[in-house]
Design a protein around this ligand. Sequence first.
Ligand SMILES: N[C@@H](CCC(=O)N[C@@H](CS)C(=O)NCC(=O)O)C(=O)O
Length: 203
Amino acid sequence: MTLKIYGYAQSRAVRTLWLCEELGVPYELVHTGTSDGGTRTAAYLKVNPAGHIPAIDDGGFTLSESMGINLYLAKKHGKLYPTTPQGEAKAWQWSFWVMSELDAPIVRWITHGMLLPAAQRDVAVAREAREAMEWPLQVLDGAVAKQSYLVEPDQFTVADLNVASVLYRLLFVDLSGKSHLEAWLKRCWGRPAALKARALRES
Ligand SMILES: N[C@@H](CCC(=O)N[C@@H](CS)C(=O)NCC(=O)O)C(=O)O
């Protein structure tokens, strides 16, 4: 049965679209919108009672949370998944880390710096969010200063994908001063599978 991914490419679902392109796993993207109430229909709440996207239905097994979905799919398909317990734990560490340190401030920063109509933007919110991002971005810059990727020194894993996917918007800002982070982010998003996901997102 084809894997179903609920969401749309401009949402956090792009994280799972990218992963499936990497894994070569066929999928059906089931359009589930946010502004049109798609995440709150009775049918969708059966898939994800939390009412957020992305979620997947993998042959009757439903799962939500972008990071958890990606860790599950990479492990299941035995690709991009670290092979030692320590490597696996590091992939979990980075995935939890990016969600707790960067996911929310990036959304606030983009929303109030770019997405909202100018009259509705709150400059103070955007500034606070950018400040909140600074330390974690420095941490990340340091992590990829000595090795090419986060978990395996020379090998892209689901940990890189999960963290880089949260940082998509940073592809379009000046990261000078964080040259290691900038190079790593471009390396991750320059992969053929990432370019396919980007094309879906930007189409
Ligand atoms: N921690 C969740 C966040 C999911 C999330 O907030 N998704 C947004 C879209 S990107 C959403 O569903 N918003 C609409 C809603 O909550 O109804 C994840 O990473 O999957």
